[in-house]
Design a binder for this molecule. Structure first.
Ligand SMILES: Cc1ncc(COP(=O)(O)O)c(C=O)c1O
Length: 361
């Protein structure tokens, strides 16, 4: 018998969420962002659900090769561009578009021998201060690129730091407009939070987390508010039960102590599966589709849950750590991430390699 934990990927939910991105940005082409192995889902596993996108944006050549191996012939964008000069050879071979965010990447292009000019996305640092040319340097970077025979079309992009929060995007949009005024080329600005919250017009939007059924601005809004569906379910089963008396505690460090008789279940899921160890007592979990809470510390292979709301649960009962539960029950990954003091992105990406992952039928 394999250990009962598994993750399921929901193709219908991926397609639904992509349609939500299209509806929120009706005039734009949509990049489905599949970096970090499709936010932990597996590039090959999400391909079917996201193949309605206009292109796939991702991180590196290995991911680009995988999306081409899925049979995708359309646009593929390397979001951080080349990491070294020889990456440009594969860009030519696989027909990849790539971000140019620093002058070294322009030097590499200038030295690149190719018969096929490459499409690039020139990135402005409009305030995030991660990657991109400073506004003062942007036009000269554009002019250098424009003079290169190795370069085909030049698109213009930036990335928002606060699309999900109070500060918003106004200051970055203003910086982008000032730096790009009168420059030709398609524009790409919005991530999920900007797509949903700011409805900014641009030629290409970059839909990442919303595609995977997590609200980019949780807890201000949840997936029900944005009409998104969970695309990953992590589920397992009870492999033990215990009956505690008042004063008895649970797990390492005795972090939870019962104040009265309490029946608990032991779930085959722990931090070595990617479930956060720092989830405190009270983190939501479903047992047979009924919402309850975790108790005490998460251990490597197990965690404990309160069976009070589901007294008939026993060994073999279904446990949903996040995603879709039985009988139309649902536990958004954002609820779990919030309890753990993190975001849905991190939980998806951290799903451990030992967890078997299947595309749901
Ligand atoms: C440059 C860039 N564009 C788009 C995205 C997608 O962002 P989100 O997952 O918030 O939609 C990311 C993700 O971090 C990114 O780095």
């Amino acid at each position: 018998m394999p250990r009962p934990i598994e993750a399921l990927i929901h193709t219908d939910a991926l397609a639904h969420n992509l349609a939500r991105a299209r509806a929120a940005a009706p005039d734009a082409k949509v990049w489905a962002v599949v970096k970090a192995n499709a936010y932990g889902h597996g590039i090959e596993r999400v391909f079917e659900g996201l193949r309605g996108a206009d292109g796939f944006a991702l991180l590196d050549l290995a991911e680009a090769e995988r999306i081409r191996a899925c049979g995708w012939r359309g646009p593929v964008l390397l979001l951080e561009g080349a990491f070294e000069p020889r990456d440009l050879e594969l860009c030519s071979r696989l027909d990849l578009w790539h971000v140019v965010h620093c002058s070294e990447q322009i030097d590499w292009l200038a030295a690149h021998k190719t018969h096929q000019p490459q499409r690039v996305f020139l990135k402005l640092n409009s305030g995030m201060n991660r990657l991109g040319f400073a506004p003062m340097a942007f036009r000269s970077a554009w002019a250098r690129l424009n003079a290169l025979p190795q370069v085909d079309e030049i698109s213009l992009m930036t990335h928002f730091s606060d699309a999900d929060g109070e500060r918003g995007i106004g200051h970055q949009v203003a910086a982008f407009e000032a730096a790009t005024r009168d420059l030709p080329g398609e524009r790409s600005l919005a991530n999920s939070a900007a797509i949903l919250r700011h409805r900014l017009r641009s030629d290409w939007v970059r839909a990442g987390i919303m595609g995977y059924g997590s609200a980019p601005d949780f807890p201000a809004h949840d997936i029900a508010h944005w009409d998104l569906q969970p695309t990953m379910t992590l589920r397992s089963r009870l492999i033990g039960t215990q009956s505690l008396q008042a004063g008895e505690s649970v797990g390492y460090g005795s972090h939870f102590t019962a104040d009265g008789p309490l029946r608990i279940g032991i779930v085959a899921c722990g931090y070595a599966d990617g479930y956060p160890r720092h989830c405190p007592t009270g983190t939501p979990v479903l047992v047979s589709g009924v919402r309850t809470r975790t108790l005490g510390r998460v251990s490597m292979d197990m965690l404990a849950v309160d069976l009070t709301p589901k007294p008939d649960a026993g060994i073999g009962s279904d446990v949903t750590l996040w995603g879709r539960g039985p009988k139309d029950s649902l536990l958004p990954i954002d609820d779990v991430a919030h309890a753990a003091g993190t975001i849905g992105y991190e939980l998806m990406c951290a799903l451990a390699a030992r967890v078997p992952v299947h595309v749901a039928p």
